[in-house]
Design a protein around this ligand. Structure first.
Ligand SMILES: [Zn+2]
Length: 265
């Protein structure tokens, strides 16, 4: 985190948010699933992968160190909740005390609550388009839920695992499914993240504006300091072209000037 702040200072970013993972869903693994060293370490005797609980105190201590070392940088706390609509109790416990300033909700699983599979594992045994539809249906359920998150992260997450040897991924093939998620998200008053890892396709941001989406955030999903703010210039241009505008404060979400604030009246 300190190296990421150093990178932020080099890039002259005014602010950075560390939305640390809270992976609340224990995934089902099957024989033949590829297992990284990290996944293997988290494998439970019942055949599920359960990431370690977020060390909240350690995380907040580190944020504090970053703030002291980089007083010119606005360092926001944050958390990325994995399928929070399946885990209302652990989500409430984690957020009690209000120590996270930016709360993302994300889906990393398909197959539903009882048989949650990692998207990349599911893609190996089921057609990619079926997995994408399954993913978007779950994202829609999360968007329509009252789970306490402010921003929907990486709506295009399965594209990261889209097979390289077939047809390229085309957002238009799933426009109905994407629009359903975006409509539910807009109705909830939440914001859409423009995640630059893939990066997010322009159509998605356009459909978000069409759906009445009021705000966007920017996320580089940087798990390494050197990836911080990757693709942000293009993402900002895309947001501007769809009518979103920055606020006076750099930590604010970018909004449609004529629309109400998410969560507001
Ligand atoms: Zn994620």
């Amino acid at each position: 985190m300190e190296a990421t702040c150093e990178r932020a200072a080099t890039l002259r970013l005014p602010s950075v948010a560390f939305t640390e993972h809270a992976d609340l869903t224990p995934w089902v693994v099957r024989a033949g699933d590829p297992m990284s060293d990290v996944l293997r370490r988290w494998l439970r005797p019942d055949g599920r992968i359960a990431p370690r609980d977020l060390d909240v105190e350690g995380y907040l201590d580190c944020v504090q160190r970053c703030r002291e070392r980089f007083p010119g940088l606005r360092v926001l706390t944050g958390v990325e909740l994995s399928e929070p609509h399946w885990h209302p109790e652990s989500t409430a416990a984690l957020l009690s005390g209000g120590r996270f300033e930016r709360v993302l909700g994300s889906v990393h699983s398909v197959g539903g609550r009882d048989e949650p599979r990692l998207v990349d594992h599911a893609m190996r045994v089921r057609p990619a388009d079926v997995v994408v539809r399954d993913y978007l249906a779950e994202a829609g359920r999360m968007a329509a839920s009252d789970a306490p998150f402010e921003v929907l992260a990486h709506i295009d997450y399965p594209v990261r695992h889209w097979p390289a040897d077939g047809q390229p991924f085309r957002p238009g093939d799933f426009s109905g499914e994407f629009r359903e998620v975006l409509t539910a998200l807009a109705a909830s008053g939440r914001a859409l993240e423009i995640n630059t890892k893939v990066p997010l396709a322009l159509e998605l941001v356009r459909w978000w504006a069409d759906a009445g989406g009021a705000a966007v955030s920017f996320g580089s999903d940087a798990h390494r300091p050197r990836d911080l703010a990757n693709g942000f210039a293009a993402a900002a241009e895309m947001a501007l072209s769809c009518g979103f505008r920055p606020g006076d404060d750099p930590v604010e979400l970018w909004r449609q000037p004529h629309r109400t604030r998410p969560g507001g009246a």
